[in-house]
Write a protein that binds this ligand. Structure first.
Ligand code: G6P
Length: 367
């Protein structure tokens, strides 16, 4: 199959803008829209027969696992551990028949993730692989394969694979919630409807590209950038910072909003932009007070929120990006879009190689 950039300057731009379509494919693969119910190969595992779920991956796929931890715990009331594959595999973590493990990989070939999967196989009840490349080593070595259906991803920095991983993991959390009796049919229907809404919402978020590009021009002048988030927005802050580092070579770090005061706040001055990812959710007020701590020290806050959040807390911010108001369940999927666009446009401003950042590889098959 010939894959080209179409009307886009870079594969990354094409892949960012494909998200409404490919997320739609992922939702269609795992949600029975008529019955408002998840249908998934993961049904082969009885989530009621396990006490713990371990999620393992590298890079951006690891941050998808980190978001999923919030979902599995809230929706399925299932204890979750997450780890990066290179640590998990050498730690020799104790595992039993009362565990299941999910390995997430776009390529399905990452050496550390494959080795981590082989370590878990045979020890746990069931090994699941969430992969984009369905004919991959990681898929072949798993008991259950959950394809994310993002289509070929060429840009080294992962974008559409991340959001499709999120959708796949979200549906798995819903399934686990149903099996464990943690959610009823009405709640499953509500969550399925929200996922069905995600393609439209991410398309709306992508229409804000010009505003995000203007912010990126300013961010591109910084030497250091902080990203803050709370709850499931915390891993999004980590992913946003990773994207900026990978693409623009600007030093960026993500922190949990509440952890700022325990160290990173020492970095704050008017040269350090702080990107705050904060939909109006039950922890919004807490994040606003962390924002105020930053601003009181001369920090420049770029607040990415919804209209409600902008009205409540936008007045003192340096820049505000206003996204559609969405349920907190799908916020990590939708807020990925501005984080990706910010890194992309910062890279354009810096003139870096967007699709092939220095020193990085799309698939890391060495340890
Ligand atoms: C490389 C890529 C990252 C990716 C990571 C894991 O470092 O540059 O974008 O997130 O590998 O890759 P995987 O194919 O296992 O998801």
């Amino acid at each position: 199959v010939l894959i080209d950039k179409g009307e886009h300057r870079h594969f990354m731009a094409k892949e960012i803008h494909e998200q409404p379509t490919v997320i739609g494919h992922t939702v269609a693969a795992y949600v029975d829209a008529a019955r408002q119910r998840v249908v998934s190969p993961a049904e082969a595992l009885d989530f009621n027969s396990i006490d713990r779920l371990t999620l393992v991956a590298c890079g951006t796929a690891y941050y998808a696992c980190h978001v999923a931890k919030y979902w599995f715990e809230a929706i399925a009331r299932l204890p979750v551990e997450i780890d990066i594959a290179s640590e998990f595999r050498y730690r020799e973590p104790p595992l039993s028949e009362r565990d299941a493990a999910i390995f997430v990989s776009q390529s399905g070939e990452t050496a550390d993730t494959l080795a981590a999967l082989r370590y878990a196989a045979g020890k746990v009840k069931s090994v699941l692989a969430v992969v984009n490349v369905a004919e991959s080593s990681i898929a072949r070595a798993a008991d259950i394969v959950l394809p994310i259906r993002a289509g070929a991803e060429i840009g080294v920095a992962s974008t559409k694979a991340f959001t499709c991983q999120l959708v796949t993991l979200a549906t798995t959390a819903i399934l686990a919630g149903r099996q464990r009796g943690a959610i009823d049919a009405a709640e499953e229907a509500r969550l399925c409807d929200l996922l069905a809404e995600a393609p439209r919402r991410i398309a709306e978020a992508l229409t804000l590209e010009d505003g995000v590009a203007a912010l990126a021009q300013e961010i591109a002048r910084a030497r250091d950038v902080l990203y803050l988030g709370r709850g499931a927005m915390y891993p999004l802050a980590l992913e946003g910072a990773l994207k900026l580092k990978e693409l623009s070579y600007i030093h960026a770090e993500g922190y949990a909003s509440g952890e700022m005061k325990h160290g990173p706040i020492a970095l704050i001055d008017d040269a350090v932009p702080v990107v705050v990812l904060a939909p109006t959710d039950p922890v919004f007020e807490k994040t606003v007070s962390n924002m105020q701590e930053v601003m009181a020290r001369g920090g420049k806050v770029a607040l990415i929120t919804d209209a409600n959040g902008a009205a409540l807390a936008g007045a003192d911010a340096w820049r505000v990006v206003v996204l559609p108001r969405i349920d907190r369940f799908i916020a990590p999927i939708v807020y990925a879009a501005p984080a990706q666009l910010l890194a992309y446009h910062a890279a354009l401003a810096k003139g870096t190689d967007v699709d092939q950042p220095r020193n990085l590889a799309k698939s890391v098959t060495v340890e």
